[in-house]
Design a protein around this ligand. Sequence first.
Ligand code: SGN
Ligand code: CA
Length: 518
Amino acid sequence: MAELRRVSSLLILTFLLSGVVAAQSRRPNIIFMMSDDHAYQAISAYGHGLNQTPQIDRLAASGMLFTRAFVSNSICGPSRAVFLTGKHSHKNGFKDNHSRFNGDQQTVVKLLKQAGYQTAITGKWHLVSDPQGFDYWNILPGQGDYYNPRFIENGVVKNYAGYVTNLTAELAMQWLDKRDTSRPFFLVCNQKAPHRNWMPEQKYLNLFDSTEFPVPANYFDDYAGRGRAAREQEMEVANDMHPYYDLKLGLDLQASERVGLSAAWQNIFNRLNPQEKAGWTKAYGPVIDAYRARSPQGKELAILKYQRYMRDYLRCVQSVDDNVGRMLDYLKDRGLDDNTIVVYTSDQGFYLGEHGWFDKRFMYEESFRTPLIIRWPGVTSAGSRSASLVQNIDMAETLLEMAGLPIPSDMQGMSMVPVLNGRRRGNLHDGLYYHFYENQEHGVAKHFGIRTDRYKLIYFYELGEWELYDLVKDPSEMRSVYDQSSYAAVRKRMRTSLQRLVDQYDDADARAALVASR
Ligand code: SGN
Ligand code: CA
């Protein structure tokens, strides 16, 4: 009898365990790809017509594309910290790029790992402290280099020959090759590209040589109709881009030229091997010669800079797109695409000449918004688009729910699952909260604000200046209506809604700034 009981309990145990294993292997794999500074304007699925990204479009064609996805603090490290924690910057502690991430805190990675997921990250990290919660990490130190970069593999620095965008994807796929196939995986593949200083891969050095990109309607913005913040920034293509470092209007520099960003450029250029340098000289030499011969000025020079910027930026995007394709092929070839969720996004948006700018930081649309495409086999309908207001603060909770895990009560976002499965058609959020803290490089004043379906209220608290935009009447945000009497009721309502979000997210600095503004 005792023997029988032992056998039957063993049987039950075996049955239960096999159930656990089956449930685990049914759980979806997740590949999360985040590029750095990839503007939605530079993804053809978003329909801006600048370039072609057939691979990212392929992902969009088989998943859901978000036309109104936003970040909560438009800059690299902070955005990544929000993604990891599902908390706003003032809660996760990483407010600007000079912060250091406290890796001891709860992250979506750790929660997935605890639940049995294998976890890995390759490429850009930018959070200073070592990654935690990843079984495997192979990250770029700081911003990383485009050519022949160093990576830090689980703490050990190694040199690689090649182009960073290809390497980041290859390291990810090599890890996938080695993983334990009996368990689901969570793989983060973060591209450095197309971050400044936009150094394209060899094979794309001549792409777009004969393309003249359309200059944005507000490229020559005079910043009238807004406050000081827009006027006083230092991120204008025409005035703040460096001739060598950014625009490659000189390659191998004279010793006397090698100061400041010119020296930085020379160091970066010296990472190229002789063959690569020769390729660059061949491709850019004629451009440099033509520029020197003509020596354009004024408006002509401003447009030339824009064209130089767009060509290199979009060439970098092309390699990103190729590698998204390699990743999708990898999944397909191994029969993994049916059970793997794929996310493509950027750490924020970017200005491609709108308002005359490059870079990000502002709560204005181009940098506040970010591309977001999610394919969840069996859930997202192919080629669907969502205009729901969603934010990077929602990503951690979304991934947890996708994996069937509970959502910790201290996370501050909302799961996007109801949007992904089509049950929720409207906005996930009534209002999105934003707070930017880093007034250093590029001179963008600190600000916080709220965006609703139609309006955006921004408070530049260092300047004591408010701005209000009616996004239906003025989608390019050229004219603040904060002081217009016809918007008095909107202004009042928006200030109340902002106060509510500040309280809900418990942002003490913003609360104090609001009190002081009364
Ligand atoms: C660097 C760039 C800036 C850029 C920041 C933040 N300057 O400092 O142009 O805004 O990174 O970018 S550079 O001279 O070093 O290229 S972020 O994506 O890392 O937040
Ligand atoms: Ca970035």
